[in-house]
Design a protein around this ligand. Structure first.
Ligand SMILES: Nc1ncnc2c1ncn2[C@@H]1O[C@H](COP(=O)(O)OP(=O)(O)OP(=O)(O)O)[C@@H](O)[C@H]1O
Ligand SMILES: [Mg+2]
Length: 512
C-alpha cells in the first residue's frame, strides 16, 4: 500500500513542498529511503525506526521504500523524520486517519530515539510559504510552537511525541490548536545596557550617529584608543527605531533558519551583531559545505552589523561585504544550488587611524612612520570605504568633560528625533521596497534629493577638491536628505550638504 504525506524543505527563506511517499510491499524485509542526501538518509532511517518501536508501535518486516519527492529539491536538516514516520505508519496500516485530516496538512519535526519530537529550524518560513500555497494545517514539535503561533490564519498543532501525533490523527486524543500570538514592541522602560548618556563629550560623533540611525546609513568611527568608539557603537540599539510586525517576521525567518531564535519565538528588537575580527568569510557572509546557513550579515538584517577594529578583519572577509552592502542581499552558490538570504543592515565600524592609534590626535603624538600609517590604512580598501556614508573622527575626551556633572542627552531623546526622520521616510517611500534614505536607488535619489543652484555648486566644489567618486556623490546626497529630514526641511539646503560632506573627510583625505 502506498501512503503520502506532505512536508516542506527550504531554499534560502523560500519553502518548497516535499511529498513523502511510502510503499510497503511483500518481499524480503528491507527499508530504504530515497531522495535524501546519503548521510542524512542513514541517520533519519535509524531515528524513525527506533522512534516507532519505542512508541510501542510495530515496525513492519516488509519491503519498505520511502521516497521524498521531488528528487531535485535540496533537502536539508532533520525535519522529515516526522513525515517519514507518519507515512510509514499509514502505509502499514498501523495508523488509520481520515482523509480530510491529512489533506492540506504539513508535517515537520525531528524524532528522538525514544519517540520524542525535537524542534527543527526553519519552521516559520516553511509555514509562511506553505500558507501561500494553500496549506492550512501544520503539525510541528512543541519546541517550535511559539514561532508558529505568529503565523495567523492557519491551524497549527504542536506535539511532544510521535505518539501524540498518531493519536491526534487517529482521532483518539485530538490536540488543541496553538493559540495565535500578537506582536508587541518591547516596553520602552526596559533598561538598556548601553545608553548614549554614558558617553561623555564626543558631540560630533554623537550627532553623526544620530544622522546614521535616522537614515540607516553606514558609519565608521576613527580615533585613538579609549576615546569611546566602542561605547558609541554599543549604544546604537538604544536609538534604533521600533520594529513593525512585518519586519519582525522577516527577521525572525532568518533567525529561525539559522537556529538562533530565542525562547520568545520572535525577534522583537533589531539585531546587533558584533562578530569577532577572527571571523571567517563563511561565518560572516553565510555558506558551508554540507548545508548552507545564513552568516552574520544576514543575522544582522534589519539591524546593525558592528565590526570593531575594522583593519583586523581579513581582507577577503571585508571585500565579501561589498556586494551585500550595495544590494542588501547575499547570494551563495554551492554545488547543490544557489541560495539568497536578505542582508540589509546598517554597518557600524570602528578603527584607530594608525598602528599606535594617535595619528591626528590633538592630545597625543603619533609615533608611526608615514609608511606604517599608509600600510595600516590600506587594510581597508577604497571601495569598502566608499560604501560607508558617514566617517567621523573621534578624538580623546577632555578630563573636564569626563568628570563634568552635566547630564548628557540620553538615548530616548536622540531616538525620538531619529524616529521623526524615519516617519518622514516611511511616508516618502510608502508601499515601495525602499525603507530608508540610505537604501534609495538611482531613481529615488533623483526624485527626492533635488538641489538648488547653490547646493549644486557646493557639491561640485567638494567633488573636485575631495576627488570624490560618483558613488560618494550619491551617498552625500542621501546623507544630506537625512539631515534635512531630521530638521523637518522639505528641501536640501547648502548647510545640510556641508555637514554631509564633512562626513566624507576621512576617505577624501586618503585619496590625496
Ligand atoms: N567619551 C567617553 N565618556 C565616558 N567614558 C569613556 C569615554 N571614552 C572612553 N571612556 C571609557 O573608556 C573605556 C574604553 O572606551 P572604548 O572601548 O569605547 O574605547 P575605544 O575608542 O573603542 O578604544 P579602542 O580603540 O582601544 O578600541 C570605556 O569603557 C569607558 O570607561
Ligand atoms: Mg574599541
Amino acid at each position: 500500500m502506498i501512503a503520502k504525506v506532505q512536508s516542506y524543505a527550504l531554499s534560502g527563506l523560500e519553502g518548497v513542498p516535499v511529498t513523502v511517499e511510502t510503499d510497503v510491499s511483500r518481499g524480503l524485509p528491507a527499508y530504504d529511503i530515497v531522495g535524501l542526501p546519503d548521510a542524512a538518509v542513514k541517520e533519519s532511517k535509524e531515528r524513525v525506526r527506533s522512534a516507532i518501536k519505542n512508541s510501542a508501535y510495530a515496525f513492519p518486516s516488509h519491503k519498505i521504500t520511502v521516497n521524498l519527492a521531488p528528487a531535485y529539491v535540496r533537502k536539508e536538516g532533520t525535519a522529515f523524520d516526522l513525515p517519514v514516520a507518519i507515512s510509514l505508519m499509514l502505509a502499514t496500516g498501523a495508523l488509520k486517519a481520515e482523509k480530510e485530516t491529512l489533506e492540506k496538512t504539513v508535517f515537520l519535526g525531528e524524532l528522538a530515539l525514544n519517540g520524542d519530537l525535537r524542534p527543527v529550524t526553519g519552521v516559520l518560513p516553511a509555514i509562511i510559504s506553505a500558507k501561500d500555497k494553500g496549506y492550512t494545517r501544520f503539525i510541528v514539535p512543541k519546541g517550535n510552537e511559539k514561532e508558529a503561533g505568529y503565523v495567523h490564519g492557519v491551524c497549527v498543532v504542536a506535539a511532544k511525541t510521535l505518539k501524540e501525533v498518531v493519536e491526534h490523527l487517529s482521532g483518539s486524543a485530538p490536540l488543541p490548536a496553538v493559540e495565535t500570538a500578537t506582536f508587541t514592541n518591547p516596553t520602552a522602560e526596559a533598561p538598556t545596557a548601553y545608553d548614549l548618556s554614558f558617553v561623555k563629550g564626543q558631540a560630533i560623533a554623537k550627532r553623526a550617529l544620530e544622522v546614521a540611525v535616522a537614515g540607516g546609513h553606514n558609519i565608521l568611527f576613527v580615533g585613538p584608543p579609549g576615546s569611546g568608539k566602542t561605547m558609541l557603537a554599543r549604544a546604537i540599539p538604544s536609538v534604533l527605531p521600533d520594529m513593525q510586525f512585518s519586519e519582525a517576521l522577516e527577521i525572525t525567518k532568518i533567525h529561525s533558519v539559522a537556529g538562533t531564535l530565542g525562547e520568545e519565538g520572535i525577534v522583537r528588537t533589531r539585531p546587533f551583531r558584533s562578530p569577532h575580527h577572527t571571523a571567517t568569510t563563511v561565518s560572516l557572509c553565510g555558506g558551508g559545505n554540507k548545508t548552507v546557513h545564513p552568516g552574520e550579515i544576514s543575522l544582522a538584517h534589519g539591524g546593525v552589523l558592528f565590526l570593531d577594529e575594522l583593519p583586523e578583519y581579513s581582507r577577503s572577509a571585508l571585500e565579501a561585504l561589498r556586494q551585500p552592502l550595495e544590494d542588501g542581499v547575499i547570494t551563495i552558490s554551492r554545488s547543490g544550488g544557489t541560495v539568497t538570504y536578505p542582508a540589509s543592515f546598517m554597518l557600524c565600524a570602528s578603527m584607530n587611524p594608525c598602528p599606535c592609534g594617535n595619528y591626528g590626535s590633538k592630545k597625543r603624538s603619533c609615533s608611526c612612520t608615514p609608511r606604517d600609517i599608509r600600510r595600516y590604512r590600506a587594510k581597508i580598501s577604497g571601495p569598502l570605504l566608499d560604501r560607508i556614508d558617514i566617517q567621523v573622527e573621534v578624538d580623546g575626551v577632555e578630563y573636564d568633560d569626563l568628570v563634568a556633572e552635566s547630564r548628557e542627552e540620553n538615548s530616548a531623546a536622540v531616538k525620538s528625533r531619529a524616529d521623526g526622520a524615519r516617519r518622514i521616510q516611511n511616508e516618502r517611500f510608502a508601499g515601495g521596497k525602499v525603507k530608508t534614505n540610505a537604501e534609495m536607488g538611482e531613481r529615488e535619489t533623483r526624485e527626492f534629493c533635488r538641489l538648488t543652484k547653490e547646493g549644486e555648486e557646493v557639491l561640485r566644489e567638494a567633488f573636485e577638491t575631495l576627488r570624490l567618486s560618483a558613488r560618494a556623490r550619491a551617498r552625500i546626497l542621501k546623507v544630506a536628505r537625512t539631515i534635512a529630514d531630521l530638521e523637518l526641511c522639505e528641501n536640501i539646503q547648502p548647510e545640510h550638504l556641508y555637514e554631509a560632506i564633512s562626513y566624507r573627510a576621512y576617505s577624501g583625505e586618503r585619496e590625496e
